[in-house]
Design a protein around this ligand. Structure first.
Ligand SMILES: *Cc1c(COP(=O)(O)O)cnc(C)c1O
Length: 280
């Protein structure tokens, strides 16, 4: 998987994305909070060498969507020694029985996919137990299913306020950072602003109104390879970009292009546990 010349390719691709992020941020209307968007480089299915190379080029935030793959990469001895300041984001579907495993990940920075009160409670109590020694809160985001598709995880938008309220008042080990969505694939931007992103913006407005939180303190994680610039232009503060930095992902068990499209769809919905198990 690692070829000669790859480090140069990653460096160039990463720099191009960093520039595009900066330019998109400069195009935002003045009404949006002036936070510089965080670029999360999504390294799922890619080897540790690529993570190390991107880190060497200055990238610090990385995202993975399977617990086992994240555990493996974050504990990789080369990554541990070459990337002391790495920040891992978990962006996949989290099952309660995997919480302890996830929370043991070295350099875990943020869990972006909390999608129920029960899951929040479980993460809260596990973090209290595991990290009792250091009193640092764990940063989390609440995932919203803005498109309402069955294949997507996340809370229905109307449960956003009550869930965030619960986390803020009942989960002292968690630091509520904002809202996250994946959204529908292949939205055609010539039709106007992406409705998933607009939905996430209105969920944030509701949260801020109801909980008296300043808008610049509630982040929005939205935007991927195909739409991160648009996402930033409408207010994303955290974009998750994989293939544009690291190249297309190979899935060994996906023979035809049609199957592959389905797989990629499901994958981001966190439904491909069985494929990753086979890969490992
Ligand atoms: C894979 C993935 C991404 C990155 O997708 P690209 O299209 O490769 O940029 C972003 N977010 C989530 C939740 C993902 O699973």
């Amino acid at each position: 998987m690692w070829r000669v010349g790859m480090s140069e390719e990653i460096g160039k691709a990463l720099q191009a994305v960093v520039d595009r992020v900066r330019q998109a941020a400069a195009r935002r209307p003045q009404t949006l909070p002036l936070v510089s968007p965080r670029l999360v480089a999504v390294s799922k299915t890619k080897p540790p060498e690529m993570v190390i190379e991107a880190y060497r080029q200055g990238q610090r935030n990385f995202g993975e969507n399977y617990v086992n793959e994240l555990v493996e990469k974050a504990s990789n001895p080369q990554i541990l020694s070459s990337c002391p300041e790495i920040k891992w984001h978990f962006i996949g579907h989290l099952q309660k029985n995997n919480v302890n495993k996830l929370l043991g990940v070295p350099n875990l920075f943020m869990v972006e996919t909390v999608d129920s009160v029960k899951l929040a409670d479980r993460i809260n109590s596990s973090w209290q137990r595991l990290r009792a020694a250091n009193s640092q809160q764990l940063k989390i985001m609440v995932q919203i299913n803005t498109s309402g598709e069955d294949s997507k995880h996340g809370l229905p938008p109307e449960e956003t306020v009550s869930t965030v309220k619960h986390i803020v008042s009942q989960c002292p080990a968690l630091h509520f950072m904002g809202l996250m969505t994946i959204g529908r694939y292949g939205y055609d931007l010539s039709q106007g602003p992406n409705p998933d992103f607009q939905m996430l913006l209105s969920c944030r407005q509701e949260v801020c109104d109801n909980l008296q939180l300043p808008i610049e303190e509630v982040e929005l994680s939205m935007g991927m390879s195909t739409d991160f610039e648009h996402a930033i232009e409408v207010g994303s503060t955290n974009v998750r970009v994989g293939s544009t930095i690291f190249g297309e992902r190979d899935y060994p068990n996906t023979p035809s292009p049609e199957k592959r499209r389905v797989v990629v769809d499901e994958e981001a919905a966190g439904k491909l546990q069985h494929l990753t198990v086979k890969e490992q």
